[in-house]
Design a protein. Structure first.
Lengths: 299, 200
């Protein structure tokens, strides 16, 4: 295939959209947690992994369709996030109000520990092997593009979930409060935003979204206890590209990253996938340290 | 008396090590000797610097940078140069260690040499030890090396779980690390009225 054929191929466009939508969903959760609490959740990808395992076991043990299990698993993820927030992070953030910079550094180490813990407990419980299942794997033709049913479903659900969260953040009063906390935490507190409730909300969404993402990803590829880490990295690249705490730009950045990954691999080779991803990561940090979609009128 | 407790410990360890060949293999003796040599070196350095009151300039400068960068700059410390030096040292020392590691294992594979586990373990050691003296990392290294030797072969997953749990527990509950715990205990002992005065 020639260079132009690759760029104009509908097949690749579809693949880039699917990857981008999944990255957007996963990164959205990371962004909400970082934005509201300024803690770097390195264990974020492990939530994806846990969601994938939940879907895998729901399918292989109980025979549940992943599409039906998805809302349930997302809700369980959200509840787990709420429990985690009220048990650990509320106390931690109260202490951290005095020295926020120390908390940011400590949270990195803390989540690092949680990540190692979760991965290896998962390896002990689920066995360290790759596991997967077949669901909706029949092929649909649309013009020249052939797509499997599970990829279409993943694209639609991830897109719908992202759109729903974006609408919630953009239109509702709670969403407004959440954006206010992201932009100016102290000012939001002064004008009467219930910061504690907003942070709980951010944590619930920030754990529910990757769990849902994990369910969708489990339909497409095999999962292992260590398959979450690439999604942590992808999430970080997306929020670096889009700007930390900037939700809308994050969605665009996720699609961009999906496109870079898909087209980059198609134009070069699959061996260069990590090089491309980490290259974008380092490059964007060096060149656009505040994100490529920096809003006008802000310094 | 307390200041030279380390020397006594070293002497005791030498005695144990002298007896070791009679009931242990050469590998254990070798590892023991190496550890002992390092402890002896670092401790004799500490004792010497304590006796003479010698503190290196770099030590003071790095410490001042950590405590208060602005204050250090107003006192005329070239902070950029010393930060660069810190970065260079932090790259040079692991490079040196890498050379020694290649010598020990006689071969290396890129994926294995760049294993992120190395970074994780080193960070965990620093967190576990805590403190800002050389004691912290030493304690962390000692503890984790023994733990990994005990668990790595039979239960690698368990070792990783323990490693993660150590990180979580120490960051959340014991941010001062092992050295912090020791210092707290020493302080408590010192504030007791009947305790013998300790020269500081």
């Amino acid at each position: 295939m020639g260079f132009l054929d690759i760029l104009l191929s509908g097949q690749l466009l579809f693949a880039a959209l699917v990857t981008g939508a999944l990255y957007a969903l996963v990164a959205l959760g990371l962004n909400l947690v970082y934005g509201t609490m300024r803690v770097l959740n390195v264990a974020h990808g492990d939530l994806v992994m846990l969601g994938a395992y939940a879907a895998f076991y729901a399918f292989s043990m109980a025979g549940w369709s992943p599409l039906l299990a998805a809302p349930l698993i997302a809700a369980i993820g959200g509840l787990a996030g709420y429990a985690l927030y009220t048990s650990v992070f509320r106390r931690l953030l109260d202490v951290g109000a005095l020295n926020a910079t120390r908390l940011e550094g400590n949270s990195l180490l803390l989540f690092f520990g949680i990540s190692i813990l979760v991965q290896n407990v998962a390896a002990a419980v689920f066995t360290p092997n790759n596991q997967g299942y077949q669901y909706l794997s029949e092929i649909h033709q649309l013009g020249t593009v052939s797509m499997t049913g599970n990829r279409i479903a993943a694209l639609l659900i991830a897109g719908a979930a992202c759109a729903a969260i974006a609408v919630f953040l953009g239109r509702s009063v709670s969403g407004l409060a959440l954006r206010a906390v992201i932009e100016r935490r102290e000012a939001a507190y002064v004008v009467g935003v219930n910061v504690d409730r907003v942070q709980a909300m951010g944590f619930v969404l920030g754990c529910g979204a990757p769990a849902l993402g994990g369910v969708l990803i489990s339909m497409l590829e095999q999962c292992s206890p260590f398959s979450g880490f690439p999604f942590t990295i992808a999430g970080f690249i997306v929020i670096i590209l889009g700007g930390l705490g900037n939700i809308g730009a994050g969605l665009a950045a996720a699609l961009l990253l999906g496109a870079i990954e898909t087209y980059g691999v198609a134009l070069t080779s699959a061996n260069l996938r990590s090089v491309l991803l980490y290259g974008v990561f380092v490059g964007s940090l060096l060149v656009f340290p505040r994100g490529i979609f920096l809003r006008r009128g802000r310094t | 008396m307390h200041r030279y407790a380390w020397l006594l410990a070293v002497a005791a360890a030498v005695a144990v090590l002298a007896a070791l060949p009679f009931f242990a293999n050469a590998y254990i003796v070798g590892v023991g000797l190496t550890i002992l040599m390092w402890i002896a070196l670092t401790q004799s350095w500490c004792v010497l610097s304590q006796m003479t009151g010698y503190v290196s300039l770099g030590h003071v400068v790095f410490r001042s940078l950590r405590e208060n960068e602005e204050a250090a700059e107003t006192l005329g410390v070239p902070i950029v140069r010393y930060k660069l030096l810190a970065f260079v040292l932090s790259a040079a020392i692991p490079g040196m260690v890498g050379a020694v590691m290649a010598m020990r294992s006689t071969y290396f594979v890129v994926v294995q040499a760049f294993d992120p586990m190395v970074s994780i373990t080193v960070i965990a050691m620093a967190i576990l030890g805590g403190g800002d003296s050389s004691r912290g990392p030493l304690l962390g290294v000692l503890f984790l090396s023994i733990l990994s030797e005990l668990l790595w072969a039979q239960a690698p997953t368990l070792y990783m779980i323990v490693l993660g749990a150590i990180l979580v527990v120490f960051v959340l509950l014991i941010p001062g690390g092992l050295v912090g715990l020791l210092e707290k205990r020493e302080k408590r002992r010192r504030t007791r009225p009947d305790a013998p005065a300790v020269f500081e």
